[in-house]
Design a protein around this ligand. Structure first.
Ligand code: ZN
Length: 77
């Protein structure tokens, strides 16, 4: 019997501005987060998210793009 695939491997990262106060989740970063990187799977379902300051967010974007994930930048929407 073929088992359903429950592996939530993310395939895209959406970048949003956040409307709430949160510290940056990057290690050793004291900045306030203004963005959130939300990983989604092929069906567009939420996998996980991380609040980030603009600097760390840019690092995450570069890293995820290099690992083959699609970047959906919605910072200006
Ligand atoms: Zn940060």
């Amino acid at each position: 019997m073929l088992l359903p695939n429950f592996d939530p491997a993310p395939t895209a990262v959406r970048i949003h501005r956040i409307g709430y106060v949160s510290p940056c989740r990057a290690r050793n970063c004291q900045m306030r987060a203004t963005l959130v990187a939300e990983k989604v799977d092929t069906a567009g379902r939420h996998v996980r998210q991380i609040e980030l300051c603009p600097l760390r967010c840019q690092i995450v974007i570069e890293r995820e793009r290099n690992s083959g994930l699609e970047i959906c930048d919605r910072r200006n929407e």
